[in-house]
Design a protein around this ligand. Structure first.
Ligand code: COA
Length: 263
């Protein structure tokens, strides 16, 4: 068993389960560049290490994550052009997309932006009845990421995906369960424990069979997903530097309504 604090991500290994915990509650677990780098490094380091058989991503029982750190978006926007060195957020997205073993998420409280889209790459998702999912990319002058344009549409159909992605309004645990984004809804104080118990069950199963099952289930995906993710990143990087994103992000940080009349 080992526990390590990597910036605001806690990394804990026990019994074949790697648990990565958002640990920046004073900022609602908003994810900084350093946190993406820590998450990507932990996943990349264990992807081919058979002593880790399952990974769990979790937050606190009051908050999963408020998504990308908004100050980081303004001060340190990632370069997402195709020939740039992959930014930590891109490395993280690639890591969850390619993780060859079961990936489990435990979500309680808000799961904003990438806090919701990362779930589309998880194999099992457990949610507290206080979970609030949202993908407010358009409201921030941005566009979807993490392949959500494709994966959400495949999961819930075009009209519902368009509603979630274009209006960006929060939806809650029961709806997430009904639409197939989560496997089960539990009291918030039970979510992380339940996810750990499911992860422990998976860790006791034959790893080669788990890997083969995941690989087969996702076999046809990369041909569609890779170009969509690349296109999303390019658009996202451009929009992030545009006037609507600057206005929207400043407005959120200043707790005022955005003015898109010039955007
Ligand atoms: N980036 C940076 N800081 C953030 C943040 C983010 N994404 N989300 C919250 N915070 C900070 C707030 O600025 C505040 O900091 P302060 O105490 O220094 O003023 C602190 O976290 C608490 O946030 P607050 O809004 O008061 O908490 P809440 O419980 O009322 O609401 C959220 C929680 C998650 C619903 C709300 O904070 C929110 O909507 N955040 C923005 C989410 C977002 O747009 N993310 C980007 C997605 S692409």
């Amino acid at each position: 068993m080992s526990t390590e604090t990597v910036t605001d991500i806690l990394s804990h290994r026990e019994g074949g389960v790697l648990t990565l915990t958002f640990n920046r509650l004073d900022k609602k677990n908003a994810i900084t560049t350093a946190m993406y780098a820590a998450l990507a490094a932990a996943l990349d380091a264990t992807a081919n290490d058979d002593s880790v058989r399952v990974a769990v991503i979790q937050g606190d029982l009051s908050c999963f994550t408020a998504g990308n750190d908004l100050a980081d978006f303004l001060d340190n926007p990632p370069d997402m052009s195709p020939d740039a060195e992959p930014a930590p957020v891109v490395r993280f997205l690639n890591a969850i997309k390619a993780w060859p073993k079961p990936l489990v998420a435990a979500v309680a409280g808000p799961a904003v932006g990438i806090g919701t889209t990362l779930l589309l790459h998880c194999d099992l998702v457990y949610a507290g009845d206080n979970a609030a999912f949202s993908m407010p990319f358009v409201n921030l002058g941005l566009c979807p990421e993490a392949g959500a344009s494709l994966l959400l549409t495949q999961l819930v159909g075009y009209p519902r995906a368009a509603e979630k992605l274009m209006l960006g309004e929060a939806f809650y645990a029961e709806e997430a369960l009904e639409m197939g984004l989560v496997n089960r809804v539990l009291p918030p104080q039970e979510v992380n424990g339940y996810a750990q118990a499911q992860a422990a069950k998976l860790a006791a199963k034959p790893l080669a069979s788990l890997k083969a099952t995941k690989q087969l289930m996702k076999m046809s995906l990369p041909a569609q997903l890779n170009p969509v993710m690349s296109a999303e990143l390019q658009q996202f990087g451009t929009l992030l530097r545009g006037p609507a994103a600057k206005e929207a992000i400043n407005a959120v940080m200043q707790k005022r309504k955005p003015d898109f009349s010039n955007c």
